[in-house]
Design a protein around this ligand. Structure first.
Ligand code: PEP
Ligand code: MN
Length: 336
């Protein structure tokens, strides 16, 4: 159950209630609300105990849990979560945040040139993979830790926070050492629970991409792992799912946007690039995503897409990115 307590409920009474639940074997978690305490139970509550707790004078509202997730549930926050990254705020009520840059970090000068162009196009956060999850073991795997350094240096040179994919929990210290602002968990690792726990413990903002064939429930439970491990700064990223359709790389599922708004308080970003797989389709999908309520977009950009070491066909040119940024700004103001 989710228990919304009365404003000003005395701490002693709250502790007593928590104690009552804990002795019955029910773990609880408190929400980070500024105005009042919200509590969620993590284990099943026997009916009699549920009735007893619900009738306590400090309880203003109680909601049954209708899904398997707990802390990511919409009812666990009074206001939606906004994730702050550098000077930017990602979430409802804020401008659409654009993350852009190359699919892979391809070298010091290349990522710096790219960063300058995406910055000039109006993007806010620099993306770039240093550890690449490639289908073939012979494809470019990324420059590893050296790539993180190059990405961060390019971000600092252009005044942009950076986002990069982490594929292994043992790399958390390297990501922290290089001050990677957002840890991306890629589609292929959405249910790598060991990785989710390790990343959650790092308390950094996380961009959690939806798995290739993940249901919304599985995705939200993956996000729940991050919150349960310690980080509340989770951004969901829809990036297309596998369907029978082969004309596009994946199928962008925008249905999840209004659905997630009802089910969770977490901010939502859309990545139309990995869904479409073709640059020509991306501007339209960006418009649709912002109109459907996306709090941000992530799109790949390359100065010479035909030479990109990964995902060239879906990379926008800087000029195209500039238009996407301008349109996103206008649409956000109309639909937010
Ligand atoms: C990427 O962002 O470059 C990437 C590999 O994304 P995804 O995990 O969504 O395929
Ligand atoms: Mn890519």
């Amino acid at each position: 159950m989710i228990l919304k307590l009365r404003r000003g409920a005395p701490e002693e009474a709250i502790l007593q209630m928590e104690q009552r639940l804990h002795t019955a074997g029910v773990r609880t978690e408190r929400s980070l609300e500024p105005r009042r305490v919200i509590l969620v139970t993590l284990d099943p509550v026997p009916a009699a105990l549920s009735k007893e707790i619900a009738s306590l004078p400090i309880v203003a509202e109680h909601h049954p849990l209708t899904h398997a997730w707990r802390q990511v549930d919409r009812a666990f926050r009074d206001t939606p979560t906004v994730v702050n990254v550098g000077p930017y705020s990602i979430g409802p009520g804020h401008p659409c945040v654009i993350m852009s840059g190359p699919c892979s970090v391809e070298g010091r000068q290349a990522v710096l040139d790219n960063a300058r162009q995406v910055r000039a196009a109006g993007a806010h956060i620099l993306r770039g993979g240093a550890f690449k999850p490639r289908t073939s073991p012979y494809a470019f795997q990324g420059f590893g830790v050296e790539g993180l350094r190059q990405l961060k240096d390019a971000g600092e040179a252009t005044g942009m926070p950076v986002v990069s994919e982490i594929m292994d929990g043992s790399l958390v210290p390297a990501f922290l050492d290089h001050d990677i602002d957002i840890f991306q968990i890629g589609a292929r690792n959405m249910q790598n629970f060991t990785l989710l726990k390790a990343v959650g413990r790092a308390h950094r903002p996380v961009l959690l991409k939806r798995g290739l064939a993940a249901t919304v429930a599985e995705w939200l439970l993956a996000a729940e792992y991050l919150l349960a491990s310690g980080t509340p700064h989770v951004i969901l990223c829809e990036r297309g799912i596998r369907t029978f359709e082969t004309a596009t790389r994946n199928t962008l599922d925008l249905t999840v946007l209004p659905l997630l708004r009802r089910w969770t308080h977490l901010p939502i970003v859309v990545d139309p690039a990995h869904a479409a797989g073709a640059a020509a389709l991306i501007p339209t999908l960006c418009r649709a995503s912002v109109a459907a309520g996306a709090d941000g977009l992530t799109v790949e950009c390359h100065l010479h897409p035909e030479e990109a070491r990964s995902d060239g066909p879906q990379a926008l040119l800087p000029g195209e990115l500039k238009e996407v940024v301008a349109e996103a700004r206008i649409l956000r103001s109309l639909f937010a």
